[in-house]
Design a protein around this ligand. Structure first.
Ligand code: GLA
Length: 731
């Protein structure tokens, strides 16, 4: 077992292939966090705390005669509010109406084989036949009240991943109130760390940023009801010297698609605490006697081998242990989506014309985007009316799907089930189904309001309408969109309930509907979307194997978006399409070839009117589709390497995929600037066998030469020129 408890020293040691995680129950029953980092033995490392009298750091409860014992500077496993620790905390809770205070002490623990699951929430699971996964459950109790906290740990030994979640139980006879219920906290004694996080905006998600932690509290959060375009629930803490190839780094990924909060405090003694979980902004949760609250799961990983290794580990774990879609290891269909081709202006004839070209080029699927239902000719009306607009289309959905299928293409469709326009039959019938604060005009966004997913009737309606759409024709794919933030928080369906619970109930409702669709339509391919990548998080990947990565389809801006996304998420999860030029978001013109190279970084397709392609572009498209089909296994299963950073190298961006057995690789490079009298541009490969011989573009190299010397990129022939170079082991 990868989890050990030493009865004598009362220490827990969790071992993975590249890390050790340690806790200790001290003589007062406090659960201390004593280590997370490079693999070490079972020693009791609590001596490193070195108790001292740190003035103004007080003592909890009965500890009146030892001024060196203070929760305010001890490294703690699950920091709570109210025990004289004034740093950021994970739990702020107590009897309803009281000022919250807790003092948690160890009660018991249990170690078992396999991985725990979380009701109604995403969680990693052990893959079939994966034996090296264990669960540790530690029970803590408040020193005064019947308030219990179960800390859950899943240890994936070979995968080098540890998961955490906390379950808060009210065993009192009176109601309890949670004001903050985070998934975890963790303390570092005195490392000097940098924070890496991924900020952004609509049409510019997951931009890489690295900054030193300075004294005080740093926060990365969303209060928007979705995980958001602006911040991502995945951060890395790393040593100062950490690079792609070496150095200690710790990844923290929250499996949650709603408002979240990561806080990092660098404190008076240069210790660092990280806390993360559901955003406690507006959060209030009532726990009746006998009830419990389950926090979302966090995935933790540590490696001493730098960011590449950290990402590769997460990619593997998410593919094998998080994504459940039957499509996860299958080749994803190369598709054409009509959004940027037609926007709302289409009928069956236009779609069939696009599909004809798609079939001719060798694509696999046509996706019918927004505008096929209700009275939807623009974004002002129709959301919520999930019945096909036959007048606009000119035929039924089934007829259209049949025509598409006859061309040998799959048929997919866009939906936005969480939303409603005020100008819709649904809103006219059920105005009480939206989130809207009584007596106030609702805040608008894209002319739509948010359905109240804390309302059971709404959940039932969503399940029924999605089933009806999928069953009405041979729908083999849906793109599940969400085009505004969750706002106007008030649920008329739950007047007795604390309105502070609505945001979380919304996410639970969303997961419930997605679970229903996944179970009811087991072969369906679902792609997530939230105005592009506003809900690109690990929680979502439990339900969908891929997410439309951004509404920005410009290949050059996508380089940065894909780069940032790749740190925390597998590339097969990245939906990426070739679109028309000048690009619709920024007006840039990029060669057709390069648009293909960039879109092939993930799950590939086109988002333009294929009937308008020139013969030359058609030939290029055929070649792109052939290349994608032939090399998809590498893109999906290979190890992804960021070879240069588009945030540092402004001349070119390069990345590669290397097959698990190192016999094949793809090197991709895009020039992002041109110079007169240019210097040679050399790119070093990674992850090959140093003694093997490889062939690339007709030249033979040793693996060592490719990795230590590199290849020289051909000189760019035009602005934004690019290359895809296949590398094969010949001996
Ligand atoms: C969002 C999506 C787009 C498209 C439109 C349709 O913005 O991200 O891809 O589907 O909605 O309204």
């Amino acid at each position: 077992m990868a989890v050990k408890f030493n009865e004598e020293t009362k220490t827990f040691t969790l071992q993975t292939s590249k890390s050790t995680y340690k806790m200790k129950v001290d003589s007062y029953g406090m659960l201390l966090h004593t280590y997370y980092g490079f693999p070490t033995d079972e020693s009791d490392l609590s001596y490193l705390i070195a108790p001292d009298d740190h003035g103004f750091s007080g003592q909890v409860g009965e500890i009146i005669d030892d001024r060196t014992y203070s929760m305010d500077y001890f490294p703690l496993e699950y920091a709570v509010h109210g025990n004289s620790d004034f740093r950021i905390s994970a739990l702020r809770a107590g009897k309803k109406g009281d000022v919250p205070a807790l003092d948690l002490r160890y009660v018991s623990h249990e170690i078992r084989q396999g991985k725990y699951s979380l009701p109604g929430l995403p969680a990693l699971f052990a893959a079939p036949g994966e034996e090296d996964v264990s669960t540790l459950e530690i029970t803590l109790k408040d020193a005064y009240e019947e308030i219990y906290v179960k800390l859950l740990y899943g240890v994936f030994e070979k995968k080098n991943v540890i998961t955490r979640s906390a379950v808060i139980e009210n065993r009192m006879e009176v109601p309890m109130e949670l004001h903050r219920a985070m998934s975890m906290s963790l303390d570092y004694l005195d490392e000097e760390l940098d924070l890496v996080h991924f900020y952004g905006k609509h049409v510019g998600e997951r931009q890489f940023e690295r900054r030193p932690l300075t004294h005080g509290i740093t926060e990365i959060a969303s209060v928007r009801g979705n995980s958001s375009h602006q911040h991502n629930p995945f951060v890395i803490l790393c040593e100062k010297n950490a690079t792609e190839d070496q150095g200690g780094c710790w990844g923290y990924s929250l499996l949650y698609s709603g408002s979240f909060r990561f806080r990092v405090e660098y404190d008076q003694l240069d210790s660092t605490r990280i806390v993360c979980g559901i955003s406690d902004n507006e959060f209030v949760w009532d726990l009746a006697p006998g009830e419990s609250f389950v926090t979302p799961e966090v995935v933790l990983t540590y490696t001493s081998e730098g960011f590449s290794d950290l990402s590769a580990g997460l990619h593997r774990a998410y593919m094998d242990n998080l994504i459940r879609s039957p499509w996860k290891y299958k080749k994803r269909p190369a598709l054409v989506n009509n959004w940027e081709a037609t926007y709302f202006d289409f009928n069956a004839l236009k779609l069939v014309t696009i599909a004809n070209h798609a079939a001719d080029l060798g694509l696999d699927m046509l996706v019918l985007d927004d505008g096929w239902f209700g009275k939807r000719d623009n974004d002002k009306a129709g959301l919520g009316d999930w019945y096909v607009n036959e007048r606009k289309l000119g035929c039924s959905l089934q007829d259209l799907a049949t025509q598409i299928n006859r061309m040998g293409l799959m048929f997919g469709i866009w939906v936005e089930p969480e939303m409603v326009n005020q100008d819709s039959d649904l809103y006219r019938k059920h105005p009480e189904w939206v989130l809207e604060i009584p007596g106030r005009m609702p805040n608008q966004a894209r002319n739509q309001l948010v359905l109240d997913l804390s309302n059971r009737e709404v959940i039932a309606f969503m399940k029924e309408s999605l089933d009806a759409i999928i069953d009405s024709a041979n729908v083999e794919y849906i793109k599940w969109d969400m085009n505004r933030c969750v706002d106007n928080i008030y649920s008329t369906a739950n007047p007795g309930l604390s309105q502070g619970a609505i945001r979380h109930l919304y996410v639970l409702g969303l997961y419930e509907v997605q679970e229903h669709v996944l179970t009811r339509h087991p072969n369906l391919l679902m792609e997530g979307c939230n105005g592009g990548g506003g809900r690109f998080d690990a929680g979502m990947l439990y339900y969908v194997p891929q997410v439309w990565c951004s509404d920005n389809t410009d290949a050059i801006e996508r380089l940065r978006i894909h780069y940032g996304t790749s740190f925390g998420y597998p590339m097969s999860a990245v939906g990426a399409h070739v679109s028309a030029c000048p690009n619709h978001q920024n007006g840039r013109v990029v060669p057709f070839k390069t648009r293909g190279v960039c879109a092939m970084q993930g799950s590939f397709g086109y988002e333009l009117d294929l009937s308008k392609l020139t013969e030359e572009e058609k030939a290029e498209a055929r070649e792109q589709i052939r290349f994608y089909n032939e090399n998809y296994d590498l893109i999906q299963q290979g190890t992804y390497y960021r070879l240069t950073s588009p945030f540092e190298n402004h001349d070119y961006t390069a990345w590669s995929y290397v097959a698990p057995d190192q016999t094949r690789a793809i090197l991709a490079a895009v020039h992002t600037d041109l110079h007169g009298n240019p210097k040679p541009r050399r790119v070093k490969l990674k992850g090959l066998q140093k003694d093997a011989l490889y062939e690339a573009d007709g030249t033979v190299y040793t693996g060592a030469a490719l990795m230590q010397g590199g290849v020289v990129l051909p000189k760019p022939e035009c602005n934004y020129d690019s290359y895809l170079i296949c590398i094969r082991k010949i001996r």
